[in-house]
Design a protein. Sequence first.
Lengths: 368, 268
Amino acid sequence: MTNTIIQFNNVTKQYDNDPVVLDNVSFEIERGKFYTLLGPSGCGKTTILRLIAGFTEATSGEIYFDDKKINDIPANKRQVNTVFQDYALFPHLNVFENVAFGLRIKKMKNKEVEAKVKEALSFVNLLGYEQREIRDMSGGQRQRVAIARAIVNEPEVILLDEPLSALDLKLRYQMQGELRDLQRRLGITFIFVTHDQEEALAMSDEIFVLNKGKIQQSGTPIDIYDEPINRFVADFIGESNIVKGTMIEDFLVEFGGKRFECVDQGMNPNEPIEIVIRPEDLEITSFDSGMLKIEVTSQLFRGVHYEITGIDHDGNEWLVHSTKKAKVGDKIGLHFNPEAIHVMRFNETEEDFDRRLESYSEGEADGE
Amino acid sequence: MSRKSSPFANLFLFIIFFVLYAPIFYLIFYSFNSGGTMSGFEGFTLDWYKELFSDTRLLIIVLNTVVIALLSALISTIIGVFGAIGIREMKRKRNQNSILGLNNVLIVSPDVIIGASFLILFTMAGIQLGFYSVLLSHIAFSIPIVVLMVLPKLMEMSPSLIDAAHDLGASRWNVLTKVILPYITPGIFAGFFMALTYSLDDFAVTFFVTGNGFSTLSVEIYSLARQGISLNINALSALIFLVTVVLVIVYYYISRRAGNQGMGGMRR
Ligand SMILES: Nc1ncnc2c1ncn2[C@@H]1O[C@H](COP(=O)(O)OP(=O)(O)O)[C@@H](O)[C@H]1O
Ligand SMILES: [Mg+2]
C-alpha cells in the first residue's frame, strides 16, 4: 500500500465550448493529511472536488484512487464523502435519519445504525439532538450534522466545499479548530476548499493554490507564505509588497533605485524579476538610516499593529505593519534583512522553482 | 398584520363573496322546498334527496364520475410527476422551455377545442366512445396540470441534495424514492387534487367524448336542466357543493401539514 490515495494525471475539464475549467491538472494526495484547495471564486476548486466525488466526468486525463483508475466509477460506489457548501441536508428527515442515510442505504442493522450515528454525533458534539428537525438547527449545528453524515460512513477521504463560508467570524474560528482536531482524531484525509487564505494557512498540512484552472503552487503553509512562486500567489496569500527589479548577480538585487544584498541565486545576470517583501518584515527607522526612504500617505490602526502605507521616490507603494506609530506626511526610513527579500522570476514553472529553492539549501550546506 | 383594513374594503369583500355564493345558497335553499318550484318556498322537505338516492341510474352516474376522477387523477399524477422529473433533468434550457411552453398551451387552450380534437382522434383510432374514451381524455388534460404543480417544487430543490444522496451511496432508484419523491410530496398532492377537481367538474371535454350509455354528473345535470327544472338538480348540486367544500378542507390540511414538516427546513 503506497501512501498516495488520490492522483490526478493531466486532468482537463471543459463544459461544451466554454473556456477550460481545469487545465491539465496533475497532483497527488497522501493518506491522513489535511489538504486545502485555495483560490479565488471560479478558479475550479469545486470542480476538482466534484471530479473526485464522481459527480462530473473529466474531459481528459486520469483520476486514480488507491492506484485504481476511477474515471468511470459512479459516485455512489466511491469511498469518499462530501460536505457540501450548502450542507445539502435532507429537509424531510430529522438529524438522526440524515446522519443514518448512508448506513440505511447499505441496509445496516438498526442496532448498528443507532450505535454508529450516536458515535458520529458525539464526534461533532451533537449528542441529544437526534430527533431535531433540520429547520430547527442553527447554521453551525447544520454544519456539524453535515460533517457527521459524512464521517459516519468511515470514508478514506472527506471532501469539504467551503464548509465554513456561511458562518459568522467567531463560529468560523471555532469550527476551524474543531475540523482540524477532528481530522487528527480520525486520521483520514481531508480535502478542504476555501477562498480564505487565512483559513488555509491556519488549517492545512498542504495547500494547493489555484488560479484559472491551474495549480499555481503547492506546499506547506509556511513554504507558500514565505516563498510564493509568482505575483498571483504572493498577492493572494497575505498582504505583500511586490516591486519590479533586476537580479544583478547572485545574492545582489536592484529595486527602488538601489542595490540590496539578498539570499537568492541561480538566475541570469541582469534578469528582470519581481521581489516580495512582507509588510511585517519591514521595520521603521529614522529617515537617514533607512535602506528605503518613504513618505507616509496613510495609517490605519488595526488593533495588533498599525498599517502604514507610503511612497518611495520611484513611486513604488510600500505597506508596513508596525507597532510604532507614524504620521501622514512623515518621511521615514525602512529597514529589512536580506532574508526578507524573496525574488520571483517571470513565468517560472513549479518544478524549476522547487529546483532553484532546493539548490539554495544545498548551497548553504556546502558553505558550512 | 398590524394594519387594519378599512370598513370599505371589508364591505367590498362581503359584497363580492355574497354575489359569488348567493346563487349556490339559493339553489341549496330550494332543494328543501316541498313546493316543487324555485318560485316560492312552501315547506321543508327532504323528498328531493330521497328521490335522488332512490334513482339508481343517477347513483351509477355519480359512481362513474368518481371512478373517472380518481383513476384519471391517479394515473395523470404518476405520469405528470415523471414528466416533471424528466423536464427538470433536461440538459438544455431551450428544450426545457419549449416543453414547458407546449405544456402550458394545453392548459390554456379552450376545453371545446380539446374535446373536439379528442373526438376526432378517438373516431379515427376506432376507440369506442364511453368509459375509456372519457378516462383517456381526462388523463390527458390532467397531466399538464400535474406537471405545472410539481415542477416548481422540483426546481426549488437544490441539485446538491441529489449529489449528496449519490455521495452517500444511493442508487438512482434510491435517490428517487428517498429524496426526490418525499421532497416534492406537497406538489404531488396539490397536483392530484387539482386533477381530481378538474376531472370532477369537467363538462366540455366529457360532453364530446362520452358515448351512449355512459355519462358523468356534469353532463347529466346539463341534460336534466335542459329537460326542465326539477328540484332534483338542486339537491344534487347541494351534495356536490358539500363534497367540494370537504375536498377543499382536506386539501388545506394536507398542504398545511406538508408545509410544516418538510419544506420549512429550507427556510433559514
Ligand atoms: N455545470 C457547469 N456548466 C458550465 N460551466 C460550469 C459548470 N460548473 C462550473 N462551471 C464553470 O467552471 C468554473 C469553475 O467553477 P467552480 O469549480 O465551481 O469554481 P470555484 O469552486 O473555484 O468557485 C466557473 O467558471 C464556472 O462557471
Ligand atoms: Mg465553489
